[in-house]
Design a protein around this ligand. Structure first.
Ligand SMILES: [Zn+2]
Length: 306
């Protein structure tokens, strides 16, 4: 069995949303409850996140955005609410990936799942967007590079395209961004002609999925296409924007991916290069039952638990 870190802290519950907002603290409570009732909880290494510092965040975000958001409360955009404790939670959410990278670097763990909120992949270098404040996976990618994992492969299976992550790395040939997402859909980016720019040309790979796509389409993307890309890139570490709103039961999108489909996506990701560190970071997923069951399935695969 693999050594798998589960990075979580109750600090993530303090990021409060207006009542009825889908990105609620109940999401993490449901995940933790389901895992505690499963055979998996005792097999995980339970790790507390660290708090990302200014320097970690500025490796990705602009100084002017950082200063602005530190003082901000209220709606940053029509979807993205920042409450009094949100920035603290957001710094720990980015810090969770950093802690997971450190765990992998020192050999304490081989793989990790960061159960965090707020999510990150819509956050641009200079703005909060789509429930996201700091781009957790991007901050983690830059930290990983500083720690010696030079070539970072980011996989994003959230049903929404990770516009922030794509834009942050689109001119970079040391970070690969691979995304599957419903298209057309929020946020509007992620056409298959978007393949990176300048030096980063060829290091962005988008697979838009039409409304109603399901397990077969994802099997093709994750078992037939992805492994070769990870191999050819000379990947040192894999970071995953794990959004479970691609599930058929999710209220925010229109795909038909089942629990079996989720299992095959995770298997495809892990088959790419089974001996390199792989860190999953929670993004979306808004049906509490589907979300918690999907996370349990993911962790079972990460553990290599039959
Ligand atoms: Zn999403």
């Amino acid at each position: 069995m693999k050594k798998v870190g589960f990075i979580y802290d109750d600090i993530f519950l303090s990021h409060e949303m207006p009542s009825g907002h889908p990105e609620s603290a109940e999401r993490l409570l449901a995940i933790v409850k389901a895992l505690k009732q499963s055979e998996i909880w005792d097999k995980l290494s339970h790790i507390r996140p660290r708090k990302a510092d200014r320097k970690d965040i500025l490796a990705v975000h602009s100084g002017s955005y950082f200063e602005k958001v530190m003082k901000f409360t209220g709606y940053f955009d029509p979807d993205t609410f920042i409450s009094i404790h949100s920035i603290e939670a957001a710094l720990y959410a980015s810090g969770a990936i950093i802690e997971a990278v450190e765990g992998c670097r020192t050999g304490k763990i081989e793989r990790a799942f960061c159960a965090v909120r707020p999510p990150g992949h819509h956050a641009e270098a200079n703005r909060a967007m789509g429930f996201c404040i700091f781009n957790n996976v991007a901050v983690g990618a830059r930290y990983a590079q500083k720690s010696g994992f030079r070539r970072v492969f980011i996989i994003d299976f959230d049903v929404h395209h990770g516009n922030g992550t794509q834009h942050i790395f689109e001119e970079d040939d040391t970070v690969f961004y691979f995304s599957t997402h419903q298209y057309p859909h929020y946020p509007g980016t992620g056409h298959d002609t978007e393949r990176g720019k300048g030096k980063g040309s060829g290091y962005t790979y988008n697979i838009p999925m039409h409304y109603g796509s399901g397990d077969k389409d994802y099997f093709h993307a994750y078992q037939d296409i992805l492994p070769g890309l990870v191999e050819n890139f000379g990947t040192d570490i894999v970071l995953v924007s794990a959004g479970y709103d691609l599930h058929a039961a999710d209220p925010l999108a229109g795909l038909r991916v089942t629990n079996e489909g989720i299992k095959n996506i995770v298997r495809g990701i892990l088959s790419s290069k089974s001996n390199i560190p792989c860190i999953f970071c929670l993004e979306g997923g808004y049906n509490l039952t589907a979300l918690s069951e999907s996370v349990r399935i993911t962790l079972k695969e990460l553990l290599g638990f039959e």
